[in-house]
Design a protein around this ligand. Structure first.
Ligand code: G3I
Length: 317
């Protein structure tokens, strides 16, 4: 049997991972087998505020615990996603019904409780996700309203106090290569470092949709964050084309793209690349954007290896 992604990633002392959900781990042995072909895992939804908080006074850790146990049992690098985000908030958390003081107390309690719960399990947290607006500046979120810009510094501080061993990342999309948004994130994290905030790295989501970003620009972006002393990880990779007009033989084009990203990202010092789903049947894309091709990941709907999977194995062998 040809080596798995896990085999070649372990041999090269890097991580090739996948985002995972609890239900298929519980119910589908093929899913469990496929997930073990990676040596890193991210909780796709189970550790977000909404899924964790059925009501204001309750934490539901069942799904998060199950993914943490799977990662521990199979010695996988475990990324926690995400402590502070403006999306997927629980239905009961209607921001304007809370005073700023209540929101501040609520967020601090949430970050300390969740980071504390998984101390020793989660290797790396996306502490804050998508705080920079696409048109510049910080995104208008309930947290920005309640705290002002200091909410990022505070969240990293709380996470560090509750999980001192975990690496703490800022994670975002649309800033994978050199562009205005990645420039803004560069300024943001430089300022945090200057203020002594315990940030360890930056996550580039790399949803390469329609017109994938240039791998050389991604490598240049990685290098400049590395020069700040930060780690860089590719945290949510998937590659999808315009469904109406995909490139000819798009699975081969996709394979070449995954290979080039892995190669150039590694050369630039990025040692972790996570695909945003175990197989095509688990991708978020068909549920969110029907203008895109529905096969963005490394394993197909039947958990069979795609040209992209083989290209990465070939590159790292
Ligand atoms: O769990 C409920 C289920 O009980 C309910 O029956 C069902 C029907 O409404 O919804 C289920 O929740 C869905 C959840 O995924 C789990 O499947 C939510 O509606 C749905 O919104 C949620 O979508 C997730 C999305 O983030 C939310 O914004 C995607 O799976 C997830 O892949 C996606 O991931 C984000 C990253 O966190 C951040 N970066 C972008 C990325 C893609 O949007």
């Amino acid at each position: 049997m040809a080596p798995t992604l896990r085999d070649v990633a372990d041999d090269n002392d890097i991580r090739i991972g996948a985002a995972a959900a609890a239900d298929p781990i519980r119910e589908d042995f093929q899913y469990r087998d496929a997930l073990r072909e990676y040596n890193a895992v991210t909780a796709e939804n189970a550790m977000k505020i909404g899924p964790l908080r059925p009501d204001e006074h309750t934490y539901d850790f069942e799904d998060g615990d199950l993914i943490a146990e799977f990662a521990r049992e199979h010695d996988m690098y475990f990324r926690g996603h995400t402590l502070v985000w403006h999306n997927q908030l629980p239905e009961w958390l209607v921001p304007f019904q809370y005073t700023d003081r209540e929101l501040r107390r609520l967020l601090e309690d949430h970050v300390r409780t969740v980071a504390g719960r998984y101390a020793g399990d989660v290797d790396t947290w996306d502490v804050v996700n998508e705080a920079v607006a696409d048109d510049g500046g910080l995104r208008e979120t309930p947290w920005l309203r309640a705290f002002g810009e200091e909410y990022l510094d505070k969240a990293f501080g709380w996470a560090h106090q509750s999980a001192p061993e975990a690496d703490l990342f800022y994670n975002d999309y649309g800033a994978d290569g050199i562009n205005d948004k990645s420039d803004e994130i560069y300024e943001l994290v430089s300022g945090m470092l200057d203020r002594g905030v315990p940030i360890d790295g930056v996550g580039l989501q790399l949803h390469a949709l329609h017109d994938p970003v240039d791998p050389d620009s991604v490598a240049e972006n990685i290098e400049r964050f590395k020069d700040l002393g930060l780690a860089v990880e590719i945290t949510e990779m998937d590659v999808a084309y315009t469904a109406e007009d995909p490139p000819e033989d798009h699975l081969t084009v996709q394979a070449d793209y995954y290979r080039e990203i892995v190669e150039k990202a590694n050369e630039a010092g990025c040692d972790t690349i996570v695909a945003w789903g175990v197989s095509d049947q688990h991708s978020w894309i068909p549920h969110f954007d029907d203008t895109l091709t529905e096969d963005p990941l490394l394993l197909d709907d039947s958990y069979d290896r795609k040209p992209a999977y083989d290209a990465i194995v070939d590159l790292l062998s």
